[in-house]
Write a protein that binds this ligand. Structure first.
Ligand code: FE2
Length: 345
C-alpha cells in the first residue's frame, strides 16, 4: 500500500521529471558546415545552456529543404553568403533581433533587415607561385583580367559559390558590363580550364600549370596541416589584392533563424553563442578563419598570411567593407555573365 511518504515522493519525482523530458529545450539545425568543425562548439553550448542541438548536415539544397519541410529546421548554418541571401529573398527567415549579436558582429556582416548574421569571415585572395611571381607584380583582382598579363590564372568553376560572390562584388563595384569584360579577360589569361577545388588550384601552381590562383585563405591552413598537401602550400604565397583601394573581397560563414522555427528563442541563443568569445576563438584557431567579433586573435598560420607583401603585417590587411547583402543581390547577374563568357569551357 502507498503511505503518505510514498505518494509525496511520487508527486515530487513526477514534477522533477516532467520539465526535463516533456519540456526539454532543444533546437534543430541544418548545417552546411561539416560535423568535425561544428560538433566541438555544440558540445560546449549544450553543456552551458542545457539546450540539446539536433543537427542535419547538408552540403547542397538548403533552400529546397526549407521549402519542403519548413517546420523541421529552426536555424541554418551556411559557409557562404549566396545561400543566405537566396533564402532570405525567398522569405524563409525571420529577423534575429539580438542585441548580443548586434554587439558582436559588425554591421557590414549582418543583413540590413536582420535576417542573417555572419559567424566567421574568409578572404578570397591571390595564391601566387613563390618561384615565378614577385609580390610587386601583383595588385588587384582587376589586374588578373588585363590583356597582356604575364600571369597564367587558375580558378575552380566560375559557378562555385565562392567565385559567384567574388564576381558579384566586381559587379557591385564596377557594374555588369565592366565585370563581364574582366571575366572574359580572366578566362583569356588562364593556364587551364576550371577544374577541382580551391586547393586543386594551388596544386596546379605547384605543378607549373599556372602562376596565380584565386582561393580562400583558410585552405592554406588546411594544406599545411596535411603532409601530402604541404608541398603545394610551400610553393605559394598569399597576396591580399586591392589594398590600395576597396580592400580584399571577404566572404562569410553565417547563420539564420527560419520563419517556421518552433524553437526560435533557442536558435537565437545558439547564434549568440557562436558569435561569442569562445566559439570565435575556436573557429579562428581550428579552421584558420577570421573571427567577426573584434578583439579575437588570429591563428598563428593566419598571422603569417601576406608576409611578403608591403603593408601587410601579422596578417592584418584591408578588407572590403561593402555589406555582404549587396554582394548577394548581384548573384543572378554574376551567373548571367558567367554564361555569356562561357567561363568554364
Ligand atoms: Fe570552403
Amino acid at each position: 500500500m502507498f503511505n503518505n511518504k510514498k505518494i509525496f515522493t511520487l508527486i515530487v519525482g513526477g514534477l522533477l521529471w516532467l520539465p526535463q523530458f516533456a519540456l526539454a529545450a532543444q533546437v534543430n539545425i541544418l548545417s552546411e558546415r561539416q560535423e568535425f568543425l561544428l560538433r566541438p562548439f555544440l558540445d560546449v553550448f549544450e553543456e552551458q545552456t542545457g539546450i540539446k542541438v539536433n543537427v542535419a548536415y547538408l552540403k547542397k539544397g538548403s533552400l529546397e529543404r526549407l521549402k519542403q519541410q519548413p517546420g523541421s529546421v529552426d536555424a541554418l548554418l551556411t559557409v557562404d553568403i549566396s545561400n543566405l541571401t537566396a533564402i532570405a529573398d525567398a522569405g524563409l527567415f525571420q529577423p534575429i533581433n539580438s542585441t548580443v549579436i548586434n554587439q558582436n558582429v559588425p554591421a557590414n556582416y549582418r543583413d540590413p533587415n536582420d535576417l542573417w548574421t555572419a559567424l566567421t569571415a574568409r578572404a578570397r585572395v591571390i595564391y601566387y607561385s613563390r618561384a615565378r611571381v614577385k609580390t610587386s607584380e601583383l595588385s588587384t583582382y582587376e589586374a588578373l583580367g588585363k590583356s597582356g598579363s604575364k600571369q597564367r590564372v587558375c580558378t575552380r568553376s566560375g559557378y562555385h559559390k565562392y567565385n559567384v560572390a567574388l564576381i558579384s562584388s566586381m559587379i557591385a563595384e564596377h557594374g555588369s558590363a565592366t565585370a563581364k569584360s574582366w571575366l572574359q579577360g580572366l578566362k583569356n589569361n588562364r593556364g587551364r580550364k576550371p577544374s577541382g577545388n580551391d586547393r586543386g588550384q594551388v596544386k596546379a601552381i605547384f605543378q607549373g600549370q599556372c602562376d596565380v590562383a584565386l582561393g580562400n585563405t583558410y585552405y592554406m591552413g588546411k594544406m599545411l596541416e596535411r603532409e601530402d598537401q604541404r608541398p603545394w602550400a610551400a610553393a605559394v604565397g598569399i597576396y591580399f589584392p586591392n589594398q590600395a583601394d576597396r580592400g580584399t573581397h571577404m566572404n562569410i560563414s553565417g547563420g539564420a533563424v527560419t520563419k517556421a522555427a518552433k524553437n526560435a528563442a533557442e536558435a537565437v541563443k545558439l547564434l549568440e553563442f557562436l558569435s561569442g568569445n569562445l566559439a570565435q576563438y575556436m573557429y579562428a584557431q581550428v579552421n584558420h578563419e577570421y573571427p567577426v567579433k573584434a578583439g579575437i586573435g588570429y591563428s598563428g598560420i593566419v598571422q603569417g598570411f601576406g608576409g611578403g607583401q608591403d603593408g601587410v603585417k601579422k596578417g592584418v590587411f584591408k578588407q572590403d567593407q561593402r555589406n555582404l547583402a549587396e554582394i548577394g543581390r548581384h548573384r543572378k547577374q554574376a551567373i548571367k555573365i558567367l554564361d555569356e563568357v562561357n567561363f568554364d569551357n
